[in-house]
Each structure stands twice: as C-alpha cells, then as structure tokens.
Design a protein around this ligand. Structure first.
Ligand code: FAD
Ligand code: SIN
Length: 539
C-alpha cells in the first residue's frame, strides 16, 4: 500500500492510531462517504493489536451461549463491570467476527469446516477464535489490506500532540461560533520532517491503545505510551478506573528485561505452572487453578516468587493436548531463539504489565464528555472489563465498539454545519531538544522503575505515595523542559507517560479496597458497594 506523505488540512474524521480500533472505525465511516484520515506515530502495523496472540472471544459454538460469556466476564471483572454494557458488547461479537472473516481473517479451523476454539483463564467454555498464536497480526494485516482497498488516507510517522478545542481557541482570544466546548482540530508532529502540522476536523477519534510502557517490564511494544489518555486529560476529561492495570501472568523471563508473552492459550491446552520445587501451586489459590482469572494467577505467582526468592516460576508443558510447535509457532520460535525448547524444558515465566482496563470513559457509542471527541479500543473505558478484563475480550471490544461508534459519528457529522475556522499554527520553544537530553532518559528510567516497584501487583498506601512524590517531581521537571524545547517524539512520549502514570497512582490512592487487579495491603477487603474511580486532570 502506498502510504500518503502529505495530509490535507481538513477532514470530517481524524483517527489517531492504526490498531484494530482505529482501522475498523475508519472502514465503517469511510464506507458512509465521509473524508477520513488515519494518523499513526510509527509504521502502520506497529500496535498492540499486531502482537495479540491468544485470540478474540465470542460465542460461536453450539455448546456456548451469550449468558455464559456474560457470566464469565462479570466474574473476572470482580463486581465492577457495567452489566448492561457487558451484554450489549458481547451480543454483537458473532456478527463482528463475521465481518473479520469477510475481510479476509482466516481463523484456525479443525479441518472439518468448524473453527478451532481456544480456552483461556476465566472462560467456562472454549470460545477464543485464533489464528494459531498470531491472531493480532492476521487481523491487523486484513484490516490494512481493506483500508488500502477502500483508499482511506493513512499517514505514518505522524505523532498526535494535542487536541484543539473551542475553549483553547477562546483562551487565545479567537472568536468561534460555538458556545459549547468542542473539538476543532489537532496538532501532529511529522517525525520524519520535524514539522508540526495543524489539521481541522470536527471529530477526532482516539484509538491510541494502552500505556504498558509506564512500567519497567511489559508485554506492550514501544508505542504504548498512553498518549490518548494524556491528550484527553489535557483537554479537561477525567479518566475512569485507571488503577486496574492488568499484569499478564506468563511472560518469558529473560535477564535482558524484554518480556515476550507466552499466551494463556498454552495453559488452555494443558500447560501448568510449577514452583521452584516443580510443584503445581495454583490449586491453592482458586478452584479453576491454572485457568483462574488473570489477577488471581498473577498474584499467586508474585506470592510464590516472594516466598521462595526465585526470580521466576515455570510453565510445564508435558501433557499438552496439542502439538506445541504447530499450535504455538510464534511462542515456540521465540523460546528457541532464547535457547529454550518448550517441548522439552519448562518455560521460565514472570508477570509483566499488559493491559489498561481503565481509560477515557465513553458511552456505548464511543462518545466522550467533549463534543466531537470519541475514543475506542484500549484507550477507552466502556465498563466492559470492570476490575479485571477477561482474556481475549479486548480485541472483541475494539471491533464491536468501532462499529457502534462509527454509526454514531456518521449521525454527528450529518448534524454539523461546515466550519471555516482558521486554526492557529503550532508555536515551538526555541531550545533545541538535543540540549540536556540525558534528563529525558534518566526521567524515563526513574518513572518506569517507580511504577514497577511501587504500583505493581501488590500495593500499599505508602508505596503509592512514594511513587506519587517521585512523579510530581518528574512532572514539574518535564513541564519546565517542555515549554522551552522544540518538541520531538521522546519528549512528547515522556510527557504523556508521566501524565498517565500520575493518573494511575491517583486512581489507585482513591480506591480504598482490594478488588480485581488492585490489591493493597492497607485495604485487603472489598467495599460492599463498589464504585468506579474518576480522576480529573491537575489544574
Ligand atoms: P493498538 O493496537 O495498540 O493501536 C494503537 C495505535 O495508536 C498504534 O497504531 C499506535 O502507533 C498509535 N498511536 C498511539 N499514540 C499515538 C500518537 N500520539 N499519535 C499517533 N499515533 C499514535 N487482547 C485480546 O483480546 N486477545 C489477545 O490475544 C491479546 N493478546 C495480546 C498480546 C500482547 C503481546 C499484547 C501487548 C496485547 C494483547 N491483547 C490481546 C490486548 C490487545 O491486543 C489490545 O488491547 C488491542 O489490540 C488494542 O487495540 P487498539 O486499537 O485499541 O490499540
Ligand atoms: C494471551 O494470549 O494470553 C493474551 C490474551 C489477552 O490479553 O486477552
């Protein structure tokens, strides 16, 4: 696909992000005839989506039904899911799977025409459609092919910096026709030319994904720096339930610190976690043992590692129901690259930050509290995941919500009058960003370390306050630097990471109970009436 180099200055819908959420949304709105552009900060396929392994959960077999999927999602969410939202989203799953198949995703089959269904933690039935263990790449490739076919403008290496709103324009003394605050456009840094461009658009969709890079150890690729959450916060929106950071229980332990995911589907096919003495230990923690919800398994591993002093636990694979190499070629290859043959040797594993269950609150149409601003995918918080996401519900949520959101955006656009506002250009600081660059790398290291050490699987008020104090300092330092410097990607990402990390910590301090992914030694019990946390931006 020829990716375009020069954007127009005006679109009906600007989409930030080219993962499953952004691409699915774009296809539907472009089909309705609107001018859509996708901007993405790296190569077009680089996204969390591209690395998804286990698959996409939906009811597609006769032994399964919507009630069971709803039940499992609510159980995993530990009392905090919005039951209406759960049912609404999950019921659309089978139709959206058909869309993916029509777009060319070839889910693994059993060879007799039936789709092969995987099992993961917290699911009472086999319901995870997959393409071996490279489901995300298969979906991303198919969506990108359809984007090219439909001729949707896609711009790589454009980094969204900030939204332009009516309120901002009024502050600059500009006269606007609208009394209500609404989206007017957005600034992008072209990281290949170092130029900042202004794009007019009455609607912006944030499809920027998660924020795993706030932690030292994560399954997420480098793009996951929480940019959309930070941008939404800077235009005054509160975030919801951001304390619920999901730690995936099983990533390959390596001295170098990279954390390659070992999909939960491996346990779904019979692999079991063992401690340093080779004993199974999950039975002690949950009746579903190795297939308990993720928060339970990650906490159990953390506990076993602390108790034994071992640097990892192991995933034992002797009684698997499948041929490992054939079913999990990606995991097999990555283990072999690191000198581990998973068919012969137990795989050393540790938990790592994986998924953000909270985010920018949206309705069931992806709308936010700011007119013209929509959010979809991991950046958003719909109420589906509650305090802990059920495995493989994320890809599903993104594709279902993109469909719903696109319908709503088309309606919004049809109600809008044409705007002809001249938006202000970007004004840079005059200090070259290369000056004192060492501050950036030191601050990034400090941030990731503080989040890992103090805002991890087991928390306490003291640890959270320690992290908060460090983050406040980092924020002051970066703000001082930011307003004087010429912007570049590392600076913009660090500024966003600090903003999101602080929002995570402030959300965690607000929750005075232990629920789902948020476990704190100071409040080990659950409140009888669970509430969502909402944290507003710092003024
Ligand atoms: P992403 O796919 O992360 O896309 C975000 C996009 O936004 C990227 O293109 C990025 O470059 C762009 N972007 C970000 N900031 C900016 C900016 N400032 N300017 C411009 N562009 C920007 N979920 C499942 O349901 N099943 C699974 O099997 C599964 N496996 C996973 C395995 C791994 C290793 C990981 C990391 C996650 C997995 N997940 C899985 C979670 C799931 O993949 C993600 O939640 C989902 O793909 C998020 O999709 P998204 O479109 O919201 O974001
Ligand atoms: C996995 O394959 O274990 C990840 C699935 C998910 O995050 O939903």
């Amino acid at each position: 696909m020829a990716t375009l180099k020069v954007p127009k200055s005006e679109y009906d819908l600007v989409i930030v992000g080219s993962g499953i959420a952004g691409l699915s949304f774009a296809l539907k709105v472009a089909e309705a005839g609107y001018r859509v552009a996708i901007f993405t900060k790296k190569d077009k396929a680089e996204s969390n989506t591209n690395y998804a392994q286990g698959g996409i959960a939906a009811v597609t077999s006769s032994g399964d039904d919507l009630d069971k999927h709803v039940h499992d999602t609510l159980e995993a969410g530990d009392g905090l899911c919005d039951a209406k939202v759960v049912r609404e989203i999950l019921k659309d799953g089978p139709e959206r799977i058909q869309d993916l198949i029509r777009m060319g995703v070839e889910f693994s089959s059993l060879g007799d025409g039936r789709i092969s269904l995987g099992k993961e933690g917290g699911h009472s039935k086999r319901r995870v459609l997959h393409v071996k263990d490279v489901t995300g790449k298969a979906i991303e490739d198919a969506l990108l092919t359809n984007i090219a076919r439909q001729g949707v403008d896609l711009f790589e290496h454009f980094f969204a910096i900030d939204l332009i709103t009516t309120k901002k324009l009024n502050k600059l003394g500009m006269r606007t026709s609208c009394k209500e605050d609404q989206v007017e456009g957005i600034y992008f840094l072209n990281s290949e030319t170092d130029e900042v461009i202004t794009v007019n658009s009455p609607v912006v969709l944030l499809a920027t994904g998660g924020a795993g890079q706030t932690y030292l150890y994560t399954t997420n690729p480098g793009i996951a720096t929480g940019d959309g959450i930070a941008m939404a916060s800077r235009v005054g929106l509160s975030v919801m339930n951001l304390e619920f950071i999901q730690f995936h229980p099983t990533t390959l332990h390596s001295a170098g610190g990279d954390r390659f995911l070992i999909t939960e589907a491996v346990r779904g096919e019979g692999a079991k976690l063992i401690d340093s003495k080779g004993r199974h230990f999950l039975e002690k923690y949950h009746p579903l043992a190795d297939l308990a919800p993720r928060d339970v398994v990650a906490r159990a591993i953390d506990r076993e590692m602390k108790r034994s002093g071992a640097p990892c636990v192991h995933l034992d694979t002797p009684n698997m129901s499948v041929d490992f190499k054939d079913r999990f070629p990606n995991v097999y290859e990555n283990c072999m690259k690191r000198g581990i043959d998973p068919t012969k040797t137990p795989i050393p594993v540790v938990p790592a930050a994986h998924y953000s269950c909270g985010g920018v609150p949206t309705g069931l149409d992806c709308s936010t509290k700011l007119a013209g601003l929509y959010a979809c995918g991991e950046v958003a918080c719909t109420g589906l995941h509650g305090a802990n996401r059920l495995a493989s519900n994320s890809l599903l949520e993104a594709v279902v919500m993109a469909h719903r959101g696109a319908e709503s955006v088309c309606q919004y656009l049809s109600s809008q009058k044409k705007r002809s506002l001249e938006l202000p250009g970007w004004v840079d600081g005059d200090v070259p960003a290369s000056d004192e660059r060492v501050v950036l790398s030191h601050n990034l290291e400090e941030l990731k370390r503080a989040m890992w050490d103090y805002v991890g699987i087991v928390r306490s008020t003291k640890r959270l306050e320690r992290a908060h104090a460090r983050l406040r300092n980092l924020r002051r330092e970066i703000n001082e630097y930011y307003w004087n410097a010429k912007v570049d990607v590392p600076l913009l990402e660090l500024r966003n990471l600090i903003c999101v990390a602080e929002l995570i910590v402030r959300s965690a301090l607000q929750r005075k109970e232990s629920r789902g992914l948020h476990f704190t030694l100071d409040y080990p019990d659950q409140l009888t009436k669970p509430k969502n946390t909402r944290v507003s931006p710092r003024s």
